[in-house]
Design a binder for this molecule. Structure first.
Ligand code: GDL
Length: 692
């Protein structure tokens, strides 16, 4: 039995060249023949040597795998295979019969051989059988003929391999193609052991790492799987694949795979983004990675990152890729424009644009001149659409800053000494948002339209997202109008993003974020019901408890009573239908009370102020700390505001003490209350109001 060391020794000793390249293995629209030909050119230029043809939604690759190619299709494939040869790229033809093949039926095996024979006649000499993403249950006929699913797959793969006269390159993709799919685990997976033991040694095995989309691939994990498979795997790397999420695309560098892996692997094929052009970075950086040599013999000192990996720095690889990509962006792909693509061998096209170009006269509109795209724009683009488990540095900063600005917004609202810091950070955030908008504009004006069109939906989406965040921060700081974009009762469709899928996400706890399944939501069920006389004691208890907590926190001595306090303490009754109680499993845990007309409630206070004309009603409430979900509070406030509005009131105000951060948050963030001036309030109290 060959150990993994012996196997890797074979790869190292150069008997077989390291497979480095691209697998077109994603779901969705396959690339065009022109794009594939362009890919071969690039692969050759960047030191890669392989292309695995496996487009999941190509009819004859998977669904109608038995069908032979028509003469027209044959012509195209022949041209493609020959283009690969011209560029020294090994064209591997893959077929995925697993959806419906009956392994034990000889006619099925014959159909598979016939199809591969046809492709061999097109000039192809490398092949692959893929059994990923299929049902693991065998049909009764196969259950009778084979002792397991793995045995069935291996039997047919070995037979086809021999039928094709043992090609130099022949790849097998198992159904359990990553550690996460193995049952009960990798070392005890009978499926994987059968593959390792029974698959003929000349056949290589594809493997995606610990997961389908592996964050990191460690040397240890590869040593472990190699010892089971009895051969070094070819990594099918989904790090840049985006077919599982239409809002994401990945333009960060190849990363988190130490170059120490190279001698332990048979190869790496990246299965990148569905869009062809944005894969420039994915493929270019893989090329750089493949050139790195872990044994140090050909160590590229320039490329290394001494701390992480002496042979490869993702950051430097990214800069190299983006620098080359910028050139491509700046060259037009439009036949009528003035700059021809450098790589084209054709003569520049004759255009008469130059002679008849329009020159505006005095007092006329000057011609529109586009600002040129810069390397920094591309760095920003890559940062915003980095990798599946990591945002780029600018994106991280923006998220961090937005979070900080949100959680410190009351500082800006109450004008404490933190206001200056808040305002300065808000300005910096605004600048970052502006940089994204500028990048969008420059990209939109770049001469290469094909790249732009592949990116368009994504950059449009991020621009809109950033615009919303920018407007939100402005509204938090009391600048700009929050209403138009964020609060309008009848917003434009871009004010509620994401369609039905967006609605579903928003309905899930935590907006469907990645903690959803790690920390399953605790099912706190809240009930909001009208207040009744028996609730008086509970409301007082909650009011006093929260008052004490506040006093402990801010070490306040005594608090002069506010109208809200008098209302909460039950000294005056709330207006009819203006009182709600919040309950969870353990009983009442919050309340919200209102007076529709503070003057009429004849509270001992100077009511002559003009502000009461604009804000005649008052709202107050508290929730116990165990209520961590803001939505029931928002619900209560919204419900009371609507009742008050129906009573004909023009506006509502609330009084809040500085220690009452949570309530302040609820009023400002979810219910658009803004600070208002109210004379005679104690210094630790602010008033906030909202018009109805
Ligand atoms: C997969 C599929 C692949 C798909 C990728 C990302 C393999 C072996 N198969 O599981 O076709 O593009 O996930 O969604 O990775």
């Amino acid at each position: 039995m060959a150990t993994s060391n012996e196997v890797s020794e074979k790869a190292r000793s150069g008997t077989k060249r390291f497979i480095g390249g691209v697998v077109e293995g994603f779901y969705g629209r396959p690339w065009t023949m022109e794009q594939r030909t362009e890919l071969f050119k690039r692969e050759q230029k960047w030191g890669l040597n392989t292309y695995l043809y496996a487009p999941k939604d190509d009819y004859k690759h998977r669904m109608y795998w038995r069908d032979l190619y028509s003469p027209r299709e044959a012509e195209q494939l022949i041209a493609l295979i020959s283009a690969a040869k011209q560029h020294n790229i090994d064209f591997i033809y893959a077929i995925s019969p697993g959806l419906d093949i009956t392994f034990s039926n000889r006619k099925e095996v014959a159909a598979l051989k016939r199809k591969l024979d046809q492709v061999r006649e097109f000039g192809c000499s490398s092949f692959s059988l893929l059994f990923d993403d299929i049902e693991t249950e065998m049909c009764p006929a196969d259950n009778q003929a084979f002792s397991s699913f793995a045995h069935a797959q291996v039997a047919i793969t070995n037979e086809v391999y021999q039928h094709l006269r043992e090609p130099e390159t022949f790849l097998f993709c198992p159904t359990d193609y990553c550690a996460a799919f193995c049952t009960p685990n990798m070392s005890q997976s009978s499926y994987l052991h059968t593959v390792g033991d029974e698959l003929l040694p000349g056949i290589d095995v594809l493997w995606t790492g610990p997961k389908v989309v592996s964050h990191k691939i460690s040397v240890e994990s590869i040593e472990e799987v190699s010892s089971i498979l009895k051969r070094a795997p070819v990594i099918w790397d989904n790090i840049h694949a985006n077919d599982y999420d239409p809002q994401r695309i990945f333009m960060g560098p190849y990363k988190d795979r130490p170059t120490e892996l190279i001698p332990k692997l048979r190869g790496v094929l990246t299965n990148p983004n569905c869009e062809f052009h944005p894969n420039f970075v994915a493929i270019h950086t893989l090329g750089t990675w493949c050139k790195a040599s872990a044994d140090g013999a050909a160590r590229d000192v320039e490329m290394g990152d001494e701390e992480q990996d002496p042979c490869y720095s993702p950051h430097k690889a990214l800069t190299l890729a983006l620098t080359d990509w910028l050139e491509e962006f700046l060259c037009t792909d439009q036949p009528t424009a003035c700059c021809k693509k450098e790589s084209s061998d054709e003569e520049p096209m004759q255009t008469d644009l130059g002679e008849h170009s329009y020159v505006p006269g005095a007092g006329e509109n000057p011609l529109y001149t586009a600002e040129p795209l810069t390397l920094d724009d591309l760095k920003l683009l890559s940062d915003l659409f980095y990798l599946p488990y990591e945002y780029g540095s600018t994106a991280k900063t923006m998220l961090h800053e937005l979070n900080w600005l949100k959680s410190h917004s009351q500082a800006a609202a109450v004008k404490t000494d933190q206001t200056a810091e808040w305002c300065s950070r808000a300005r910096q955030f605004d600048d970052m948002c502006e940089a994204v908008v500028r990048m969008f504009n420059r990209l939109s004006n770049a001469p290469n339209r094909s790249i732009l069109y592949d990116l368009y939906n994504y950059i449009c989406d991020i621009k809109s997202g950033v615009n919303l965040a920018q407007a939100y921060v402005k509204s938090l700081g009391g600048l700009g109008k929050p209403s138009a974009q964020l609060m309008s009762a009848d917003p434009e469709p871009w004010g509620f993003r994401g369609g039905l899928s967006g609605e579903f996400q928003r309905m899930l706890p935590g907006h469907g974020n990645r903690d959803l399944f790690k920390h399953p939501p605790r099912t706190s069920v809240y009930c909001i019901r009208p207040y009744c006389a028996e609730d008086k004691m509970d409301v007082q208890r909650i009011f006093v408890k929260m008052q004490r907590e506040r006093q402990i926190q801010v070490a306040s001595v005594t608090e002069s009573p506010l109208i809200s306090d008098i209302l909460s303490a039950g000294e005056i009754p709330p207006s009819p239908q203006c009182a709600l109680v919040l309950e969870d499993d353990a009983g009442p845990c919050g309340y919200m009370l209102a007076l529709t007309d503070v003057k009429a409630a004849s509270v001992q206070r100077d009511m002559s102020e003009r502000v009461f004309e604009d804000f005649p009603s008052l709202i107050t409430g508290q929730v116990l700390p165990r209520v961590t979900d803001p939505s029931p509070v928002k619900r209560m406030i919204t419900q009371l505001l609507s009742t008050i509005r129906n009573c004909g009131s023009r506006g509502v105000f609330c009084e809040l003490r500085h220690g009452d951060r949570r309530m302040l948050d609820f009023y400002t963030k979810s219910c658009s209350f803004q600070p208002i001036k109210l004379a005679g309030l104690p210094p630790d109290v602010i008033a906030m109001g909202t018009s109805l």
